[in-house]
Design a protein around this ligand. Structure first.
Ligand code: DQA
Length: 144
């Protein structure tokens, strides 16, 4: 079973971002961690990152057309991209939203997610482990 993992803007620069918020792993290390946990669960993952809203929407269309489950960290788009939300709403397979940090414990503008309402669930605040927990949750969802 294949899962598409989509990462939004600035996540490719984890080694430069505030490590007290986002942890110590580089983006490459995060991808390796996700890929190796996925393989222990029997999943193949396609992990992508873009700073471009239109690109993320195209990937969601692709996932919708191919009936692919999606794990997404929309990064800052979480808080205001109705276009990503509308694309996510068209998915047929489950969608899980993840965040490295816990946006609810941060600035007020991060307290709103326009994506959560169309996701099966959200996992936030556990650093890289948020993605691994999302993979575990996805396995349960797909077994139903
Ligand atoms: C984030 C949280 C967002 O508020 C922020 O804009 C990000 C990363 C996270 O993973 O904690 O870029 O999605």
């Amino acid at each position: 079973m294949k899962i598409l993992i989509i990462n939004g803007p600035n996540l490719s620069r984890l080694d430069i971002r505030d490590s007290s918020i986002y942890g110590d792993l580089s983006y490459k290390e995060l991808v390796n961690l996700i890929t190796s946990h996925a393989s222990t669960l029997g999943f193949t993952v396609d992990v992508r990152q873009s700073d471009d809203e239109a690109q993320i929407i195209k990937w969601l269309h692709e996932a919708s057309d191919s009936n692919l489950p999606v794990i997404i960290n929309p990064a800052a788009f979480t808080h205001y991209s109705y276009a990503i939300r509308d694309a996510a709403e068209m998915l047929k397979a489950p969608l899980i939203e993840v965040h490295l940090s816990n946006p609810l414990s941060r600035e007020e503008f991060r307290h709103t997610s326009v994506i959560s309402g169309v996701a099966s669930g959200t996992i936030a605040g556990f650093g890289p482990n948020s993605y691994l927990l999302a993979l575990d949750a996805m396995r349960t969802l797909l077994q139903k």
